[in-house]
Structure formats: C-alpha cells, structure tokens
Design a protein around this ligand. Sequence first.
Ligand code: NAD
Length: 489
Amino acid sequence: MTTVDTQQTLDYERLFLGGTWATPSTGDRIEVHSATTHERVGSVPEGREGDIDAAVAAARHAFDDPTGWAHFTPTQRGEALERFAKALEVRGAETARRVTVQNGMPTWLSQQWEQGFPPMLVRFFVDLVKQTQEEIRPGLLGKQTMVIRKPIGVVGQIVPWNVPQAITFLALAPALAAGCTVVLKPSPETVLDAFLLAEAAEEAGLPAGVVNVIPGGREVGAYLVSHPGVDKVSFTGSTAAGRKVAAACGELLRPVTLELGGKSAAVILDDADLDSQLEDFFGNTMINNGQVCWTSTRILVPSSRYDEITGTLADLYSGLTVGDPLDPATKVGPLVSERQRERVEGYIAVGKQEARLLVGGGRPHGIDQGWFVEPTVFADVDPKARIAQEEIFGPVLSIIRYEDEQQATQIANDSDYGLGGSVWTADSDRGEAFARTVRSGTFGVNGYANDPVAPFGGVKASGLGRELGPEGLAAFQEITTIYLDRPNA
Ligand code: NAD
C-alpha cells in the first residue's frame, strides 16, 4: 500500500498491476479536487501507454496460465471473490465518501450504490457461475452435442465518473466470476475510489494480474481498447466516445459491450396518483444530480391534467434540498466539474429560448463554491426541441404535453436513445401494457431500479449488449460446441 495521507489528502505514488504496486512509467499525475469545495483532495499517477502495456501483459499472463484463474473451478474462484467482497465491504464507507467528495453524489446515494452494490454484484455473479451448467443436447444428426462456456479472456474495461464503483462492478463482477482477467481504466475525475478497489483485490489475494487498475484520460483509454493483448472491451460512457470505441473494435473484430447515453421518458398516465409517488419519481428523474444515463429526463404529461401535474412537479423540484453532498439531508449536490457545469448551463440557456422555464434555471442562492446548478424544469417543451432530444447530464428536465397514449408512445420513441424510462399509473396492468410499446432496453412501472437479476442495457444510440443477469455473465464467456462421439440417448 502506497498511500501518503497527510493533511487529509490522499496521494498515491504507485499503480496496482500484476499483483503489486508498481512504479509508473512516467511522473505524470492526476490531481483530484472536491466537486463541492474545489479543494485538492488527492492525486494518483496518470497511466500512460507503458503502464497499459505492463498491465495488459500481467492480465494476459494471469489469463494464459494453464493452472491459473481461468482454470480455477467456479468454487475456487468463488472463495477468492468472497474474500474480495469482504475486503470491499471493509472499505465500503470510505469508498462512498471518496465518490461523494470527488463527484458530488449525495451521501445517502453513494452509500447505496457505491458501497452496497459492488459486494452484492460480486456474490450474485459467483452464484450465477456456479449455477451455469454445461449443456448436452440431443443432436439432429444422430449424436449428442455439448455446449460449454469458457471465459472470454483479457478484458479492457473503461468506466465514467458518474457512478464509478457500481458501474465498474456491472462488468468487473461477471468478468472475474467467469474467469476473465481485467485491466480497468477509471475516469480521471474519480480515481481515489478505484485505488480502494485495488487495495481490496490485493488484500483478498486475487492471483497476480487478475485485476489491474490504470487511471488515465481518453488517449490511454483508446490505447487500451486497441491493445493487441485485449480480448474483449467493456465501455461505459458517452455515445460520442462509444462510437469511436465501436469503430476500433469493429476494425479488430473485437467483442465489445457499450453502455452509452440516454434521454428516457417518464410517462404519467391520466389515472396516476403522483402525489403518493414523489420520492420514486424524483429517483427516476433527477437522482445523482441528474448525472445518470438511464434517468427519465423527458416527462410526458397528459393534456387532461397538464396544469395540475405541472404544478405538482414544480413543487417537487423547487423544494429539493441542494447543498453539501456529504450532508445526509442533501437531495441534490454539485455537478462533477466546471466543464460539466458549463455544458449544463449551456443547455439551460438553450432551454430558455426553446420553452417555458418552470423551476430553477440558475445557480442556487447562498452557495458560493462548488459546481452547483439549481434543479431546473422546463414546461411546454416541443418533443423536437434540443433540450428534449439531447442528453444534458445534469438536473434539467423537460415537460412535454401529450393528448393520448398512442401519442405518448410516439413521443417516448422519438429519440436517438433507448435506455430507460418509466410509466406512472394507478393501474399496473395498464402500465405493463404501455411498457411494451416503448423501444427501450429497460423500462419501469411506477418506479425504476436496476435489479441485478435482469439484463440492463440500451437500444439505438444507447449501446450494444447487456450487463447484469445471465445475459451480463454471457458477455464475458465464449460459447464452444463440442460434437460428441456419443449417440443420442
Ligand atoms: P466520456 O465518454 O467522456 O468518458 C467515459 C470514459 O471513457 C472515461 O474513462 C474516458 O476517459 C474514456 N474515454 C473517452 N473517450 C474515449 C475513447 N475514444 N476511447 C477510449 N476511452 C475513452 O463520458 P463521461 O462524460 O465520463 O460520462 C458521461 C456519459 O456516460 C454520459 O453520456 C452517460 O449517459 C454515459 N453513461 C452511460 C451509462 C450506461 O450504463 N449506459 C452509465 C453511466 C454513464
């Protein structure tokens, strides 16, 4: 362990690769600042091409070892991964705190997502691998066939800053459980939590090279994506970057899972009792300061109840507690960075031209530091407006009026994206029927939660492939058929 913790800053001098804390290939550093106070909170080495080369070589060696990780039984891997889950739990509260400091995620949320999800996902996928059997199929040609699953190989994993730990484990947990080895590249904005993950992997005694962590920017990410030693890429981030990653993987014919942007719709039906569902509705629309890919940032309101529901929504979003994300009472914290606030404020300026400002639209009064913007809601938004079509990634919502359910479906589907969404109704059967009409990878009825048992992912510009569930495990497995010399039973 190589932390220097003086004056409460966290400064790491080495990189975790090949099972040890290695000297970085250059002296370049990533400085980390609080989203709330702008104070410097730590620094880590900035990974460069030489570090990726070393990490991929370590991951390759660990994967190719004929008696190594890929050849452990699911039970043997499960024992090591249970130690990993425990080591993550020991660090869980500090992981949540670091994420909150770095990206402004409210503490009640980082305790659920960043502290709670990683060990849960590790255990879920360990159990799933144990349950996945080799299959014998009676053949049509007289003999039996066997279908087996092998780990897909060395995984290059790239994650964003908005939910850094939970997103990491959506792919890291199934990859490790399947027997893959991983080179993880966290986003420069959120690196201090990734070093806790590395410490947990070390403490758990995962074999050298099974987990490697190289923080860095987009160039080093692109280098990892195309590295000849990588067998599979797992990318979560913007659609623009995802297209570049997809192009590189296409050229190499390299399997890739892409979890990209979104512009989902929350459709309020005319029988909805929204007043009794405000907490869940907030959770589906503006959680994590609006910095979540699947949030429903378009709110579709029926014409028959437009004024009443718009009033309810105005009360909800103007009444949110905005402030220090480390305070458990805070609902909305700062954005991750100055760049992100500039982007969001640019969209608010566009919205003021395109629609009627209902709530917010500026910076919160009485807060003079931190990358805050007020929770902002526009009403009377045209479905074709830029603020209704483009991903803003901040606490900015668009209310769109519709006349009937058919038009609601048409507006919900009028998007380049298709990742999340929800329907709100007093009649859950009606909600289920509506959910079937929307073109989206996931959709919620009177709520939205990524249950690990079910696949999560997007259609259209929201991505390729699925995480979570058996489908998310299969993404890290190669399916091999053996034509047996055995007659059908
Ligand atoms: P981003 O695309 O700028 O960066 C994401 C990660 O990719 C970072 O680690 C970055 O360094 C790396 N990167 C950027 N360009 C790259 C390239 N050409 N090759 C390889 N790596 C590259 O996105 P961001 O601003 O960090 O994150 C916000 C975006 O992520 C939003 O669009 C959001 O919707 C999306 N997101 C999607 C999901 C999902 O599951 N679908 C989850 C969270 C975030």
